[in-house]
Ligand binder design. Structure first.
Ligand code: ADP
Length: 284
């Protein structure tokens, strides 16, 4: 079933959209700033994500299933899908999240960032969005710093749903399309060994994501290949404690990388941990 909704009124007519400047390029889609005229005539700034090769049935199916996931989600720590336009071109209209990914933000603001402030807030918000996903029985499968976007210095949002999920365990295909970028270094052992994805494998990826933050955007396992990273994990090694990472947080990150899935913390526990001293945060 390729319909993301049963209701035709849920599709956005192309004439209500105006495309502006290009703001991002992904593997499968280009993202533009744009505006959307709502039914009541109100103008809204949005992000317009246009699929590259919509002739390719696999891409089209994956794009639609990404929309199917996103349309069911409504949480301030998750990028909101406003609607889909069947086009051509086939496109998604999303909430505009203007400050780019946390990787880009860290890169441009290295001197300004206070790890005890921004990083803790972002970690709490990512955990909170993931807790919501878990409650709604969705597995993200591609949680990584590159997929966390910032609406403001103090509002992180999880993005990029569905493409990798829809690809399922078709590893070669992902590897081929993404030029070796299949995210092995974010994968839990049961994912790279058996293709199993669960909330607990998302917790593993959450640990890597938080590590990337405290490592100020360094890439996990540096120049090593995915297969070499796997050998390290299997030998019991884990990513080292980044200089900026407090001991208690590193301890929690390491628990996310317990070999056995059931030994890892839950997202509930992670939310509690990262919000413990932060009554003032805009998290829930
Ligand atoms: P793909 O799924 O093809 O990899 P992404 O969803 O990763 O594409 O989007 C590519 C880039 O576009 C992102 O890295 C980000 O910079 C930008 N982008 C994606 N979604 C939004 C959005 N809702 N608001 C603002 N920028 C976005």
């Amino acid at each position: 079933n390729n319909n993301y909704t049963e209701n035709e009124n849920d599709y956005i007519p192309a004439e209500r959209l105006t495309k502006g400047r290009l703001i991002g390029e992904g593997e499968f889609a280009s993202v533009y700033e744009g505006s959307y005229t709502k039914k009541n005539g109100e103008l809204m700034k949005v992000a317009i994500k246009i699929l590259h090769n919509e002739q390719m049935e696999t891409n089209r199916g994956a794009f639609l299933s990404e929309a199917q996931v996103m349309v069911k989600l409504n949480h301030h720590c998750i990028v909101k899908l406003i609607g889909l336009s069947l086009g051509p071109p086939l496109l998604m209209v999303q909430e505009l999240v203007l400050l780019g990914s946390i990787l880009q933000y860290i890169d441009m603001n290295k001197d300004k960032i206070n790890p005890n402030y921004e990083f803790k807030i972002w970690a709490a918000q990512i955990a909170c969005g993931m807790q919501y996903l878990e409650e709604n029985r969705f597995v993200h499968r591609d949680l990584a710093a590159r997929n966390i976007l910032l609406a403001s210095q103090v509002q992180a949002k999880i993005s990029d749903f569905g493409l990798s999920r829809a690809l399922g365990t078709d590893h070669e295909y992902y590897r081929a399309l993404a030029g070796g970028k299949w995210p092995l270094k974010w994968y839990a052992p049961e994912s790279y060994n058996y293709g199993q994805f669960s909330h607990k494998s998302d917790v593993w990826s959450f640990g890597v994501t938080i590590w990337e933050m405290y490592a100020l955007g360094a890439s996990p396992y540096g120049e090593k290949k995915g297969s070499e990273a796997i050998s390290l994990i299997e030998a019991g090694d884990r990513l080292e404690q980044p200089k900026e990472c407090p001991d208690d947080i590193y301890k929690m990150i390491k628990r996310c990388w317990e070999y056995k899935a059931e030994d890892r913390p839950t997202f509930n526990e992670l939310v509690d941990f990262f919000t413990s001293d932060s009554e003032y945060m805009n998290i829930r």
